[in-house]
Design a protein around this ligand. Structure first.
Ligand SMILES: Cc1ncc(COP(=O)(O)O)c(C=O)c1O
Length: 398
């Protein structure tokens, strides 16, 4: 028997759950892309995007996924042969570095593994050793979606400042903008990239590159920049089509307008607080399960965990078995253990991730946790007691 009928809950770390309001906003005929309401709507997105990124600076919008935003950021700020320092804490900074390498950038990678955050002492050492200031950028991911680690971006900024190093600080917030606290200007971030499909609750396909004037000045001499990826016409358009380098992503814009309205209505501080509380509920359950059996939270220190996604080790083949059971029998789909082991390695089946990003509330999170417990019971996976009580207690807010 399956108990999966009913509304399926996709608890993978992006694309995240799309609010009905976002879906309904997109359900309309094609609009005019030359004049009228869509042009005004597009202009209205810019201040609200800035507000979510906590910046007064510039934003360029791309019809792309996060990989496009990576390429846009690198191409506007670098010339072939530039050196950059990449801080890797899971899969995604490595992916950004692979892309930069193919663009002719010389990447020095500090790899902190799959279960740890950036070690600032090592960053300080690398910056101090770079006496000629060869590094033109530091690339770092705020939240690595594979490991679910959260890096201390302010500490990276402080390391650059202490070393008197002029490199641009470029941050990937694709996993966590609108979930984990991020303050571009206050934290001294020069470039930030993100996508529509996680905290911004809009379908994949639109990405954003935020950049300050220091980064824009570098764009003048960057020889990697091509006509399509150039952020200038997008951020400072003289004609409407320049926002997107061509036809607008019309329906994404309606969806995004609605999503940004929802964030503004709730208040960004409240959005962050909701994510924090729901994440604590998830951690409370897993910490109780950890008391017995194979389940382990990948990031041990609460302060270093993202509030958008939780990466879990459970051992092979239990990870895949549990995910499969949840999808087929309970109507909940969890994320795969991305980047934790090669896909052809049997160990790949020993991980899963629970997303709690974007349009999520107590009943979704508590429901996912209860079904994970049901799955462990059904599959005979030992686990500690009291997890659901502990999670419910976190959600028992007044
Ligand atoms: C932190 C992070 N960076 C980059 C990406 C790549 O984004 P996309 O898959 O939209 O190209 C992802 C995707 O999950 C991500 O989580």
């Amino acid at each position: 028997m399956s108990l999966a009928q009913g509304r399926h809950y996709l608890a993978i770390p992006g694309p995240s759950v799309m609010p009905d309001r976002v879906l309904q906003a997109m359900h309309r005929p094609a609009p005019n892309i030359y004049t009228g309401a869509l042009v005004d709507l597009t202009a209205s997105l810019i201040p609200d995007l800035r507000a979510v990124a906590r910046t007064r600076h510039n934003v360029a919008i791309y019809i792309s996924n996060g990989h496009g935003a990576w390429e846009a950021a690198v191409s506007n700020t670098h010339s072939r042969g530039d050196r950059v320092l990449v801080l890797a804490t899971g899969r995604f900074a490595l992916g950004w570095a692979e892309m930069a390498t193919r663009m002719g950038i010389d990447c020095e990678i500090l790899d902190f593994g799959k279960s740890d955050d950036v070690d600032i002492a090592q960053v300080e050492e690398a910056l101090a050793a770079d006496v000629d200031h060869a590094f033109k950028s530091v690339l770092v991911v705020q939240v690595d979606t594979s490991s679910s680690v959260k890096n201390d971006i302010q500490a990276v900024r402080a390391a650059l400042d202490a070393a008197g190093h002029p490199a641009l600080l470029q941050v990937d917030c694709i996993a966590c903008l609108g979930c984990d606290r991020f303050e571009m200007d206050a934290w001294g971030v020069d470039v930030m990239v993100t996508g529509s499909q996680k905290g911004l609750m809009t379908p994949p396909g639109v990405s954003f590159v935020f950049f300050n004037d220091k980064a824009d000045a570098v764009r003048d001499s960057a020889d990697c920049v091509s006509s399509y990826w150039d952020w200038r016409p997008r951020a400072f358009p003289k004609e409407y089509y320049q926002y997107f380098g061509g036809t607008a992503p019309t329906h994404h814009l309606y969806g995004l307008r609605e999503a940004l309205d929802m964030i503004a209505e709730e208040g960004l501080e409240n959005v962050w607080a909701r994510h924090e509380t729901l994440a604590r509920a998830v951690w409370a359950a897993f910490e109780a399960w950890e008391a017995e059996g194979p389940v382990r939270l990948n990031i041990r220190d609460r302060a270093k965990r993202s509030v958008a996604v939780t990466s879990v080790r459970i051992g092979a083949p239990a990870g895949t078995e549990l995910r499969t059971w949840l999808t087929e029998t309970a109507g909940v789909t969890l994320g795969i253990g991305l980047g934790m082991a090669p896909p052809d390695d049997p160990a790949w089946h020993g991980f899963f991730r629970v997303a709690h990003m974007g349009h999520v509330n107590s009943h979704m999170v508590l429901g996912a946790l209860a079904t994970i417990q049901a799955g462990m019971q059904a599959l005979g996976i030992p686990h500690g007691k009291g997890a659901l009580d502990a999670a419910a207690q976190v959600c028992a807010v007044s």
